[in-house]
Design a protein around this ligand. Sequence first.
Ligand SMILES: NC(=O)c1ccc[n+]([C@@H]2O[C@H](COP(=O)([O-])OP(=O)(O)OC[C@H]3O[C@@H](n4cnc5c(N)ncnc54)[C@H](O)[C@@H]3O)[C@@H](O)[C@H]2O)c1
Length: 290
Amino acid sequence: MARRIGYQTAKHLARLGMHVIIAANSESDGQEAVRKIKEETLTGKVEFLYCDLASMKSIRQFVQQFRAKNCPLHVLVNNAGVMLVPERKTEDGFEEHFGLNYLGHFLLTNLLLDTLKQSGTHSHNARIITVSSATHYVGKLHLNDLQSRCSYSPHGAYAQSKLALVLFTYRLQHLLTAIGSHVTANVVDPGVVNTELYKHVFWVVKVVKWMTAWLFFKTPEEGASTTIYAAVSPEMEGAGGCYLYNEKRTKSADVAYDEELQRRLWTESCKMVGISDEGFPRRSHFQLGK
Ligand SMILES: NC(=O)c1ccc[n+]([C@@H]2O[C@H](COP(=O)([O-])OP(=O)(O)OC[C@H]3O[C@@H](n4cnc5c(N)ncnc54)[C@H](O)[C@@H]3O)[C@@H](O)[C@H]2O)c1
């Protein structure tokens, strides 16, 4: 668990005094993370709520539970991900990389937007940070085959999901700016980090990783640094639509700046998760607990 970027992110934000809610799909891992963070940071403001990002129903239930707490939401970190999983589907029938890495976060963010908008202020914008990957540079978005039904490759599906997250962030920022909200959206690349993410890679790669990780891989703590920078740095106050790597703004893949593609992906995603695309989502468009 300590070998996860998400855990290190949560721990750091808790240490800074934030009230952190960890959302994950394992009750035991989540509770263990809460216990360890409380022990290591001596803060009581950490809790766990179940959320399976591979299930639209679970995401809606999570948001319902979160809203019932009546807490503000100043930072949303879209960190979860799977990589190179064999061809399989989420419970809603989506290809797993696309369904979990991308659509799960797409729906979660949209359902939490009202709370984020209410929580952000002129001087302290609420922040949405989405974790993508350098893999997005080689990603191709197949608008006519987002579920990789025509041909499946684990690498292609992972890269597509990470490219979709970059396109989503840019479109989201565009929409947030258009309505004058005090919410920003940025996307980060954590770098190559020694975590559990590599559990589905070919065994030879695992051996090479095991031998060279100390030299070529960041630690999970280092991997969390750009997310934390995006979440709390004063330099990022009011800044949105950025792609960040090593705590610096940098260029993402050219295709990610294609506004028509951003718009089409957004429209398609709304259809897939069952929310309205008429302008920017308003409260009435969300139906929880479906
Ligand atoms: N490790 C790297 O080298 C690297 C490189 C680029 C990007 N990333 C990205 O960083 C993020 C974190 O990955 P990591 O390296 O810590 O990997 P990890 O496998 O250690 O952690 C994956 C995280 O996703 C969560 N998760 C998985 N399935 C879920 C589900 N169905 N519902 C809710 N949560 C779920 C897990 O709880 C865990 O926190 C991922 O988005 C990954 O794509 C990692």
